[in-house]
Design a protein around this ligand. Structure first.
Ligand code: NAD
Length: 436
């Protein structure tokens, strides 16, 4: 994605990956991931994009080297830096002649840049510079986020290296935060941890709303109009997932712990998020009783719409819990197929939403793909055995679902509201941005 966007800005970009399948797909003109607009961008700027498995080829072609390898969590919760280290090791093979600028786009713990810089120096690579340039894009809107950023963060050890990276972002009219490498690294973790906190906070407010008869859509709207709070990430649901929030929150908690600080708030953020996914089970049991032998349809599998990413998707936890309860689980997703849910054994993946909900006792909207939200729900109602809908993303209209004959359960929403209050709530829901 970074490569495609820099190519679109007029740069010649060489992409190196160790995954031969990914490089073959790219050389065949295919995008290796589902990201809206990416395939078109890769095709449009194909003449400025070269794909290779060879690090020497990359290092000959380019001086500025963006590192965007994965940094998944380890069992201890720390970030796994082995791919980052592998890139630096290979770069070292060039020897003292190298004057490359390593730009870290991967999310790495605070202190990583300093460690890499001293490793480079100890190997005699005194002309290699290191810049931290964390990435803030969101999957599903990655190209727009890259091309119209709300900020660019550049941390450097020598300003000349930071200047070279800053020049690449000159076409953008946005604030550029120039800082030290540790501060740049921390900005990324703190941003993701704050957003995750906001999600867990609004989810807890939604849970309390259910206890006291308040409606989270209206509450979130009323909160979000305060500019100190803001309306984004205030839509309650079944929690955050994906490749970034869970691992980055865990890594920050771990980083703090490793430095002797107990980051109490993040423990709660993580725990609330875990419990939130499981509330769906309680809601299903409320209407269906024991789930043993019940047929449950999961609509949407990816961790959010607009992506094929299944990392830390709520669907995985939900499906596994349902199967443990003895339910029969069928699922549908507009983008991913059976392979995506393979880690959970026993889920049947259906070719359409209709086939998924046929004879089901309940359906759970897990991912708010527009084509699922805008299904012809009244027409589908007779297909279901019992028409219980758990809306895990508060994306459906409780009123319309009730009118269509469904038993509707959202997260912290009042299902039956007087008409004027319901209208207010619809306006409120439209004004509150989703939290996925
Ligand atoms: N995905 C996002 O939305 C997002 C947003 C912001 C930041 N980030 C950060 O960006 C980094 C990458 O995330 P991702 O989701 O693209 O990960 P990913 O796992 O989907 O992709 C990483 C790629 O790096 C390749 N790779 C691994 N080792 C390599 C090596 N030694 N040399 C060259 N390529 C190598 C892998 O084969 C893979 O294609 C992570 O640190 C992540 O936290 C991701």
């Amino acid at each position: 994605m970074t490569a495609a966007c820099f190519a679109a800005l007029g740069h010649h970009v060489t992409v190196r990956d160790i995954d031969a399948e990914r490089i073959a797909a790219l050389n065949d003109g295919q995008s290796p991931i589902y990201e809206p607009g990416l395939a078109e961008l890769l095709e449009k700027h194909a003449d400025r994009l070269t794909y290779t498995l060879s690090m020497p080829r990359l290092l000959t072609a380019a001086r500025i080297v963006f590192v965007a390898v994965g940094t998944p969590p380890t069992y201890s919760g720390d970030a796994d830096l082995s791919s980052v280290v592998a890139v630096v090791d290979e770069l070292s093979a060039v020897g003292p002649a190298s004057d490359h600028v390593i730009v870290m786009k991967s999310t790495v713990p605070v202190g990583t840049g300093q460690r890499i810089a001293s490793a480079l120096r100890s190997r005699g690579l005194t002309n290699v510079s290191y810049v931290s340039n964390p990435e803030f894009l969101r999957e599903g809107t990655a190209i727009g986020d890259f091309m119209d950023p709300d900020r660019v963060v550049i941390g450097d050890f020598e300003s000349s290296a930071g200047d070279q990276v800053g020049a690449l972002y000159r076409p953008f009219d946005c604030p550029v935060v120039r800082t030290t490498v540790p501060s740049a690294e921390m900005i990324k973790y703190a941003s993701n941890a704050f957003l995750a906190t906001k999600i867990s906070f609004v989810n807890e407010i939604a849970n309390v709303c259910e206890e006291v008869g308040a409606d989270i859509d209206v509450v979130a709207r009323g909160m979000g109009l305060d500019p100190r709070i803001g309306s984004s990430f205030l839509r309650a649901g079944i929690g955050y997932g994906g490749s970034c929030f869970p691992k980055d929150v865990a890594a920050l908690k771990q980083l703090a712990g490793n430095s002797g600080y107990h980051f109490q708030l993040l423990n709660a953020v993580i725990e609330v998020n875990e419990l939130q996914k499981r509330r769906v089970i309680t809601k299903l049991k409320k209407h269906l009783g024991p789930l043993d032998g019940k047929s449950i349809a999961l609509l949407g599998l990816t961790f959010k719409p607009g992506t094929s990413d299944m990392r830390e998707a709520a669907s995985l936890v939900l499906a596994a819990r349902l199967i443990a309860e003895g339910a029969q689980v069928r699922a549908y997703d507009p983008v991913v197929g059976p392979r995506a849910i393979e880690p959970v054994r026993g889920v049947s993946v259906c070719p359409s939403p209709e086939a998924t909900i046929e004879d089901a006792d309940a359906a759970v909207l897990v991912t708010e793909w527009p084509e699922l939200v805008h299904l012809d729900w009244p027409r589908l109602r007779p297909l279901m055995r019992q028409a219980v809908i758990v809306d895990g993303r508060n994306a459906l209209s409780p009123q319309l679902m009730a009118q269509a004959g469904y038993v509707y359960e959202g997260i912290g929403r009042i299902a039956e509201m007087p008409a004027d209050a319901a209208e207010n709530r619809a306006a409120a829901a439209a004004g509150v941005e989703p939290a996925t």
